[in-house]
Design a protein around this ligand. Structure first.
Ligand SMILES: NC(=O)c1ccc[n+]([C@@H]2O[C@H](COP(=O)([O-])OP(=O)(O)OC[C@H]3O[C@@H](n4cnc5c(N)ncnc54)[C@H](OP(=O)(O)O)[C@@H]3O)[C@@H](O)[C@H]2O)c1
Length: 454
């Protein structure tokens, strides 16, 4: 009798163990994708290939219901049911069954309009669009908040590297002081080639284009605009203040001379296109520019198309995030991770509540207080007294020489390459302006900031 009771009890326990029926509880989450190019195809692949993992993590079945494209006739690199494709954005935006819109079509005007529409219709949004977020991120995040929706954009900075989540969550208790980023794979590939193989700028660009790393019109990459958008996004998140693109000083790599890359190496530096965000005593400075960085710094060893972001926090000290900055699957991984977060938030009923609005008053640092060491290359007449003239001219503007080499040129000329001690940006600019009046035969060939050391 006792055994029967025990049996029945165990049976009940077994029944309880089988409950709840996991299948019955699975919630269907429907996604619409705007764009089916490199990134959109990657998202499609991951959602289909990793469906079991995604279900286990979210308790939901994630399906792709519609995909907006430009052309229905285009050959696609994955097998796809043609009924999923549409050229009418309303098939995604106005479909009441679609819960989340993934924007991977690029561009600003239409993407902004479609995302705004989706948010107003209470659809959550995940985007990879740095151009859009750098210019209209604040506006769209407010709209998301008003509508109780999530808007995530992890893929917009450094592709597969989870840097935004790292800043927003991992370092939420810390105070970020400095961020240095190699944020553009194309230019990093070109500079690596210039440094390692002695190639000139034009040959590197051609090679990057042949390999598909650089666009036919490479302006956005080589003139530093792409990296500027990313450092503006990082600055906004890291310093909790709204940074606009025009607050980033931008200089690209198109006028870099191969000579400078090699001279820098002689001094123990690598030339990298760095996005720099620096905060001291609540004053912020942001820039993107070719910068010499000490070979001992971990960023100096980030080569090829890879990206990396070095973050210094008051409490954590030095950290570095490294990985692929673009590409179909890395970028799609970041997007799908955002999707997982949205779905988890849906389950918890907390969408649109995670956003921390920028709460710091923005103070940009004036040029007089922006201190940096500089690499300077001058072309001079090789005659006695010229070194003294240079040193004197620098000291007039509170600048001084830390390191210097002289390289002979033809026609009685010489190149003087100097690494200065720290000087303010305003001092450097005034000194530059005075060179010609000081000695009309002296020419400033190039100058770059130097990061690290001192
Ligand atoms: N590629 C990367 O590695 C990477 C990395 C990080 C971030 N991102 C960002 O991700 C986004 C997408 O990049 P991608 O490289 O995947 O671009 P892509 O290969 O050029 O694909 C764009 C897709 O959007 C569709 N599309 C564009 N404009 C449209 C319009 N007005 N109406 C309908 N469909 C339109 C195109 O349709 P068709 O296929 O019919 O032409 C195409 O499928 C961009 O914002 C980019 O900055 C890309």
């Amino acid at each position: 009798m006792k055994q029967d009771l025990l049996k029945r009890e165990n049976q009940n326990e077994d029944d309880n163990l089988q409950e709840p029926d996991v299948q019955k509880e699975l919630q269907q989450i429907r996604i619409g994708i705007l764009g089916f190019g490199t990134v959109g195809t990657g998202v499609y692949r991951i959602i289909n290939q990793h469906q079991d993992d995604l279900q286990s993590q979210t308790g939901s079945q994630i399906s792709i219901d519609k995909i907006l494209v430009n052309s229905l006739d285009k050959l696609r690199s994955v097998d796809i049911n043609p009924d999923l494709l549409t050229t009418d954005p309303n098939d995604v935006l106005q479909d009441p069954d679609i819960d989340i819109v993934v924007e991977v079509m690029g561009g600003v005007t239409e993407a902004r309009e479609y995302i705004a529409q989706a948010l107003k219709l209470k659809k959550h949004v995940v985007t990879a669009n740095k151009d859009l977020i750098a210019s209209y991120g604040g506006e769209l995040l407010s709209l998301a908040n008003e509508n109780g929706c999530d808007l995530f954009y992890e893929a917009s900075v450094a592709g597969g590297i989870p840097i935004l989540r790292g800043l927003g969550e991992g370092f939420s208790s810390d105070r970020i002081t400095k961020m240095l980023g190699i944020l553009n794979g194309t230019t990093n590939y070109m500079l690596s080639k210039m440094a390692q193989e002695g190639m000139d700028y034009d040959t590197c660009l051609k090679q990057a284009q042949d390999l598909g790393y650089a666009e036919a019109d490479p302006t956005s990459d080589v003139e530093g605009l792409d990296a500027a958008r990313k450092i503006a996004i990082l600055g906004t998140l890291g310093y909790h203040t709204e940074i606009s693109l025009d607050e980033v000083d931008v200089l690209g790599i198109s006028s870099i001379d191969q000579k400078d890359v090699q001279y820098g190496k002689e001094f123990g530096y690598e030339l990298k296109l760095l996005g720099i965000a620096d905060r001291q005593e609540d004053e912020i400075e942001l820039s993107v520019q070719p910068t010499f960085i000490k070979k001992s710094h971990p960023l100096a060893h980030v080569d090829g198309v890879y990206n990396a972001v070095y973050v210094h926090g008051e409490s954590v000290g030095e950290t570095m995030f490294y990985g692929p900055g673009a590409g179909e699957m890395p970028t799609a991984t970041a997007i799908t991770s955002d999707l997982v977060t949205v779905v988890k938030n849906i389950k918890l009923g907390v969408n649109g509540r995670g956003k921390v609005a920028p709460y710091n008053i923005k103070k940009m640092k004036p040029k007089e207080r922006r201190y940096q060491r500089y690499f300077v290359r001058l072309i001079v007449q090789d005659e006695s007294g010229v070194m003294a003239t240079i040193a004197e001219s620098l000291s007039k503007y509170d600048m001084s020489i830390s390191n210097m080499v002289q390289k002979p040129l033809e026609d009685q000329q010489a190149e003087i390459v100097i690494i200065t001690h720290k000087a303010s940006l305003s001092a450097l600019e005034s000194w530059k302006g005075s060179i010609n009046s000081l000695n009309p035969t002296m020419k400033l060939a190039s100058y770059y900031p130097v990061e690290g050391g001192e």
